[in-house]
Design a protein around this ligand. Structure first.
Ligand code: TIU
Length: 220
């Protein structure tokens, strides 16, 4: 069983029971003109996660390790969009409004797509989620349990929002999460640090944290 140098202590990877989960690496969060920008963020802050995640994705595919992608977004008729989420922030451009990449955070629109660098390939489930957590109102748990997966290697954006929410949901369901700190990113430098600290503190209250190089070394 490969042991990954992680915090707060080593993570014992079980290759047959482990999946890579890539959270919401969508144009709407990483490119100008999408939801992340509509919220007032500097979307360039997230790009540092792309290249390390691309390397992890390639390594997982080489080893036939399951890969699951998620996307945050809503039905075109917005029937799954709570009014509280639509109205939050009193934004000039809201979810469902037309932007340069199509309607903001709506399934099927260009902005909802995963960025080309990390595009899913055949055989990799894509979980469409209406909320921040990837387990809420999705079949992610069934997909994982049907494949006998008990451990998640987590990449994606943003560290303190969808990554943290998903890791907390996974932890309560009995999954062990290893978050790759260079493969997750935040619009806020302070929240990147805090989001990582919150996972690994208190003996790994929500999971483990490691640089992607530690995973690569264990897989080599
Ligand atoms: N995917 C995800 O994190 N959704 C967000 O809305 N993140 C923010 O940081 N806003």
């Amino acid at each position: 069983m490969p042991s990954i140098a992680a915090e707060p202590y080593s993570f014992d990877l079980e290759p047959g029971r482990c999946a890579v989960v890539i959270i919401d690496m969508q144009r709407d969060f990483l490119e100008p003109g999408g939801f992340g920008a509509a919220l007032g963020n500097d979307v360039a802050m997230l790009r540092r996660a792309i290249e390390p995640t691309r390397r992890v994705l390639a390594a997982a595919r080489d080893r036939r390790m399951p890969v699951i992608h998620t996307r945050e977004g809503h039905r075109p008729d917005l029937s799954d969009l709570p009014a509280a989420k639509r109205d939050r922030g009193r934004l000039a451009t809201r979810i469902g409004d037309l932007g340069p990449m199509g309607r903001i955070l709506v399934r099927g629109e260009p902005g909802h797509d995963i960025i080309p660098e990390l595009a899913p390939i055949a055989g990799e489930p894509v979980i469409d989620k209406p909320g921040k957590g990837a387990f809420y109102a999705t079949d992610l748990e069934a997909v994982l349990r049907n494949r006998g997966i008990a451990q998640l290697i987590v990449c994606g954006v943003t560290t303190e929002v969808c990554v943290n929410t998903t890791v907390r949901e996974a932890n309560d369901r009995g999954f062990e999460c290893l978050v790759l700190e260079d493969c997750v990113a935040s619009y806020f430098a302070a929240f990147q640090l805090a989001g990582i600290e919150m996972i690994k503190a208190q003996g790994g209250i929500f999971g483990w944290v490691a640089p992607s190089a530690a995973l690569m070394a264990a897989l080599a």
